[in-house]
Ligand binder design. Sequence first.
Ligand SMILES: Nc1ncnc2c1ncn2[C@@H]1O[C@H](COP(=O)(O)OP(=O)(O)OP(=O)(O)O)[C@@H](O)[C@H]1O
Ligand SMILES: [Mg+2]
Length: 385
Amino acid sequence: MKIVSAQLRNFRNHTDTELEFKAATNVLLGENGQGKTNVLEALSYLCLTKSFYATNDSTVIQQGKEFFDVRGTFLLDHGTESQIRVVYDASLNRRRYFVGKQEVETFSSVIGKYPIVILSPENSSITFGMPADRRKFVDMVISQSSKVYVDDMLEYRRTLRQRNKILIDAARKKMLTAADETSLAPWTESLVVRGSKIILKRAHFLQEFAPYVSNAYASIVDDNEVPAIDYEPQIACSPKDTVAEIEERYRRTLEEKRNDEIRTGSTLVGPHRDEIAFSLNGLHLRTFSSQGQHKTFLIGLKIAEFFYLKERCNETPVFLLDDVFSELDERRSTRLVGFIENLAQTFITTTSENVFHNALLWGGEKQKIFIRYGAAVSEKEMTTA
Ligand SMILES: Nc1ncnc2c1ncn2[C@@H]1O[C@H](COP(=O)(O)OP(=O)(O)OP(=O)(O)O)[C@@H](O)[C@H]1O
Ligand SMILES: [Mg+2]
């Protein structure tokens, strides 16, 4: 897939910005706070129906405006063109998504159609951060390729909220009444059913994903470093298990934890507490690795994500690289640019072209787009006060 062009209206600091993209590399250049990342965010709305980092549309709409409107023209791998549009109406707090003239009512039906891989500074939490950050990464990759998983996750989260409400109430009263017991039972059952499917899907996914990570790692690092990913679910699970086996273990563990759940007022068991451990040559990344190894692991994960999604979605994902090169040394950034620009259409934000160390040859299907004060400007306008 390629993004041919995009138009941003009232989107963050972009009042009315029109952009045409090249098929290979598009470098968004500009000083801090000018609106480069905002362009990537707009592209993520088009591809995913939502932002890759804002959790609330109302922070994205340009301050004081009533709506934002983002449009894009996509060229899919098999040659068809798609017009995508995302409109958010502030007064109704409603986001609408259109493919051509057709409104898409359920966002989950867009899953996997316009895959993207994003690498941004916030992603460092995937290797440095808490288990929740790693689960989020894994969920995001699976979600882009499986609608069933998205539905299970949504239902699991809803169940968790409802179940916790009852448990919080029980914790306050220091007991679970018979009435509470009756209202808790269906939520517990839903938790077990959805949760077990999620656990098994994660186990299958991580088994499939591991070789992608090893291959990606080998393509960016010459050193003899072997990466590994281990799924550490709270409810024991092997990819060979049946969902019924996991359900049974899940039910049993919940029963064992019943008193603790009433005491703490929260659901203590389930995929919302899983860990996904990363290691290099058998040593835990979080405990033993250098900054550079973290960064390289992360890039390896993202390249693996690219190949995984490409195969699963039958569509070549687009790469969004937000401020990635400023942290890499010359050898690694040259290697990364060379590697990625041959894979897919790429959008790169940076404050200075020096980060490429002349590794990018301009012209052909590569271009610089200059961003200043929330608009695309000419190179000359960049230098005038
Ligand atoms: N809802 C909004 N309405 C208007 N302006 C906004 C809104 N949200 C963010 N901005 C503005 O957008 C700008 C930040 O844009 P962006 O994050 O794209 O910058 P950037 O070019 O990526 O900068 P950096 O190089 O520092 O990462 C800031 O000036 C901020 O005030
Ligand atoms: Mg930025």
